[in-house]
Design a protein around this ligand. Structure first.
Ligand code: ARG
Length: 291
């Protein structure tokens, strides 16, 4: 069977030098002398945790002046070998569009993607961070209202021919859907209710049975633990409050924690530091047929 395949970005040029979300404060970053060194260690540790799950990780090269290139979940939305490249809301991140496009075209040339497409002109959508694939429900949950637009979600639905359940985000703190919601492989959804508008909560609760919803609390959300990588029963996330760990373990998940504090200073953690390339809407092949 083919290994699960993730993208990450070399953190060589990561820093916090502008502010486009409330987590970011360049003066705090500058005052933290070990932040750069810890970022290298954190990225390496995250990569090792993903490889330990049996997955393969490809690295996108770093580029000077593009610190947030370390968040490839914002590069594109990917499903069934087709990538829809992102367009950023903030000028600070628009420079990432060209290197991400180049990296994705190279992946296509290597046969790892079938198609690399761009959004219609002027449409803003920040990739997998605002389009979470839910395999069991055969749909995307899409975030809008902070970065991505409703039009962006329509473009995702059109391109992939899949339903996108639009959830409006209520606060600048939880500006991408992946900061406050994570569909897990067991069918559960980990989410932080205060990040959503009342209408979005109503929509979510209509779609997902109560016993499948796992609520994160303020401490969990502020530790950016909802922003997790999940493969089967393993969940890789930033250092978690013990209560969250217990909650997930009670549902059958195994937690792997990584100190991602330098990236949390930019408002990102495990999920958005990665992008899964082999997201599939097809049922997994039976084991006998898989080799
Ligand atoms: N500093 C980055 C930004 O504000 C962090 C992005 C994290 N990505 C994510 N999908 N949550 O754009």
């Amino acid at each position: 069977m083919r290994k699960p395949h993730y993208l990450m970005t070399d953190p060589a040029h990561f820093e916090v030098c502008y502010q486009i979300n409330p987590w970011m404060d360049p003066s705090v970053w500058r005052a933290d002398e070990s932040a750069c060194e810890r970022a290298f260690a954190a990225s390496a540790e995250l990569r090792a945790a993903i490889e330990a799950m049996g997955a393969k990780v490809d690295m996108i090269p770093a580029e000077a002046g593009l610190p947030d290139l370390v968040f490839p979940a914002n590069a594109a939305t990917v499903l069934d070998g087709r990538a829809l490249m992102a367009r950023f809301a903030h000028p600070e991140r628009r420079g990432e569009e060209a290197p991400f496009l180049k990296a994705f075209q190279a992946l296509r040339d290597r046969g790892l993607l079938k198609e690399v497409a761009e959004l219609p002109d002027g449409v803003v959508h920040e990739g997998a961070g605002d389009a979470l694939w839910d395999k069991g429900r055969d749909l995307f949950f899409g975030g809008y209202g902070q970065r991505s637009t409703k039009e962006g979600l329509d473009a995702v639905a059109d391109f992939f021919g899949k339903e996108v359940v639009a959830l409006e985000l209520a606060t600048p703190h939880f500006y991408h859907l992946d900061t406050c919601m994570r569909p897990l492989d067991g069918g559960h959804i980990l989410y932080y209710p205060p990040a959503f508008t009342d209408q979005a909560l109503k929509t979510l609760r209509e779609r997902v049975a109560p016993d499948m919803l796992i609520e994160a609390d303020k401490a969990d959300a502020e530790a950016l633990c909802v922003n997790a990588v999940n493969l089967g029963e393993t969940v890789v996330m930033a250092k978690a409050p013990p209560a969250l760990k217990a909650k997930l373990e009670a549902k059958g998940y195994r937690l792997v924690e990584v100190d991602l504090s330098p990236f949390i200073m930019s408002g990102g953690a495990a999920f958005c530091m990665t992008l899964r390339l082999d997201v599939s809407s097809q049922p997994a092949p039976a084991l006998a047929a898989a080799e």
